[in-house]
Design a protein around this ligand. Structure first.
Ligand code: IMP
Ligand code: MG
Length: 191
C-alpha cells in the first residue's frame, strides 16, 4: 500500500490495521526513509575512525536499525540487546536485566545504542549505566523518536529521528501489546 494514498485521518482501509485503533499517520514511509538516510550520514561523519558496534534494543528497534545500518557508510558490527526491566515502580538504576547480552566485547569500541522511542528515558539511562561499566571508547544513543517529556536525561540522545508528539505511536517497529510493529509508517493510536 502506498502511504501517500492513505487518508491521514482515516486509515481503516489498511488491511494491516485493526480499523478501530489507528487514528492518523504521524510519519509516513517517505518521510521516515529520508530522515533515516540523513541520520546515517550524520552517524557516518561522527565516527571517522575506530570500531563501531551498533546495538539495537529489541524488539522496538528492529526495523529502524535494519534501515539505519544500510545508510551508514563505514565498517560496523551489529548486535542486539534484550532488556527486561523489573521494579518498574522505582527509578533506581540497576533495575534492568539483560535477557540477551551482546556476544562481542564492548571494550574500546564506539557503542551506538539504537532505540525506537525515548519517553521517560528510564530504559535508556539504566541501560547506559550498565553499558558504560564495560569501558567502551564512546557511548551514544540514536533514537528514531523522542517525546522530550523528561526534563533531565543523564544520557542525552545524540541522534534523533523525529520529535514525537505526546501520543501513543505504533508502527515501524513500535507496538501496542505486540501489535502493529509491521506497519511501514508510524501512526498515532490516540483519537
Ligand atoms: P521510557 O523508558 O519511558 O523512555 O520508555 C521507552 C520505551 O517505552 C520504548 O522503548 C518503547 O518500548 C515504549 N514506548 C514509549 N512510548 C511509546 C509509544 O508511544 N509507542 C510505543 N511504545 C512506546
Ligand atoms: Mg514496547
Amino acid at each position: 500500500m502506498n502511504v501517500s494514498s492513505v487518508d491521514p485521518v482515516n486509515t481503516v482501509e489498511d488491511p494491516r490495521l485493526d480499523g478501530r485503533a489507528v487514528r492518523r499517520i504521524a510519519f509516513g514511509e517517505e518521510q521516515i526513509s529520508a530522515r533515516v538516510r540523513e541520520l546515517g550520514q550524520a552517524i557516518t561523519q561522527a565516527y571517522p575512525d575506530g570500531d563501531l558496534l551498533v546495538l539495537g534494543l529489541l524488539k522496538g528497534s528492529f526495523i529502524f536499525l535494519s534501515d539505519l545500518v544500510r545508510e551508514i557508510r563505514r565498517p560496523l558490527q551489529v548486535d542486539f540487546l534484550v532488556a527486561s526491566s523489573y521494579g518498574d515502580a522505582t527509578v533506581s538504576s540497576g533495575s534492568v536485566r539483560l535477557v540477551y547480552d551482546p556476544e562481542t566485547t564492548l571494550e574500546g569500541k564506539h557503542i551506538l545504542l539504537v532505540e525506537d522511542i525515548v519517553d521517560s528515558g528510564r530504559t535508556l539511562s539504566r541501560l547506559c549505566d550498565l553499558l558504560s561499566e564495560r569501558s567502551p571508547r564512546s557511548l551514544e544513543v540514536c533514537a528514531l523518536l523522542h517525546k522530550h517529556v523528561a526534563e533531565h536525561l543523564r544520557y542525552p540522545t545524540k541522534f534523533v529521528g523525529f520529535d514525537a508528539p505526546n501520543e501513543f505511536l505504533v508502527g515501524y517497529g513500535l507496538d501496542h501489546a505486540e501489535n502493529f510493529r509491521h506497519l511501514p509508517y508510524i501512526a498515532s493510536l490516540q483519537s
